[in-house]
Ligand binder design. Structure first.
Ligand SMILES: Nc1ncnc2c1ncn2[C@@H]1O[C@H](COP(=O)(O)OP(=O)(O)OP(=O)(O)O)[C@@H](O)[C@H]1O
Ligand SMILES: O=C(O)[C@H](O)[C@@H](O)[C@H](O)[C@H](O)CO
Length: 180
């Protein structure tokens, strides 16, 4: 779909969204839904991890700041290319710490974060159920301990990860329509 067609479809100006939160909170579910509904470009942040990071997580070891730095740089580069192209874009990225979010927004990129908040109990149940994903449920405690919830001084939209994804998508699209 062209940019013009997407605008006509939903009446929305392009936005540059990072769908964030801990593992299992629903980033991929919400991001793919938004990108499909709005005709915006989508990037799965997990696909930008260096293979060594995926190997580390697969074997139950949390990533360090140093591990995440090259991955965040690739996420930033992807976002910058979308902003330069001027079409709406949606990236999944855990973006757990404020410093990581600052790295994503560097160079004045007009990024907005959508933080999906889900209770630890629900997350644990989802990760235990999920199959075919490299991230083990055993890393959930470190994900929760690392998360610095975005502050009110950050560009963040907060949504509940415990509502049905369709409800969250409707809420977000309504929010974008209201804000113009
Ligand atoms: N709102 C929801 N209610 C119930 N289940 C959900 C919801 N959103 C996602 N799920 C399910 O929870 C699991 C995790 O969702 P998803 O892969 O979208 O999360 P994620 O944040 O992208 O995870 P990760 O960062 O580990 O890749 C999936 O099995 C998905 O189907
Ligand atoms: O910052 C991190 O620790 C990682 O990005 C993780 O959050 C995973 O990549 C993701 O959640 C996949 O399950």
């Amino acid at each position: 779909m062209t940019v013009a067609a997407a605008r006509v479809k939903m009446g929305l100006e392009p936005r540059f969204l990072v769908i964030m939160g801990v593992s299992g909170t629903g980033k991929t579910t919400i991001a793919t839904g938004l990108a499909t509904r709005l005709g915006w470009h989508f990037q799965e942040g997990d696909a930008l991890h260096p293979p060594a990071n995926v190997e580390k997580m697969s074997t139950g070891q949390p990533l360090t700041d140093a591990d995440r730095a090259p991955w965040l740089a690739l996420c930033h580069d992807w976002l910058r290319a979308q902003v330069e192209a001027g079409h709406g874009a949606v990236l999944t990225c855990s973006a757990l710490k404020r410093a990581y979010r600052e790295q994503l927004r560097a160079n004045g990129l007009p990024i907005e974060f959508v933080h999906i908040d889900t209770s630890a109990t629900e997350l644990a149940a989802r990760l235990e159920r999920r199959e075919g994903h490299f991230m083990p449920a055993s890393l959930l405690p470190s994900q929760l301990a690392t998360l610095e919830v975005p502050g009110d001084d950050e560009p963040v939209i907060r949504v509940s990860g415990e509502k049905h994804p369709d409800v969250v998508l409707e809420e977000l699209i309504r929010h974008f329509q209201t804000e113009g």
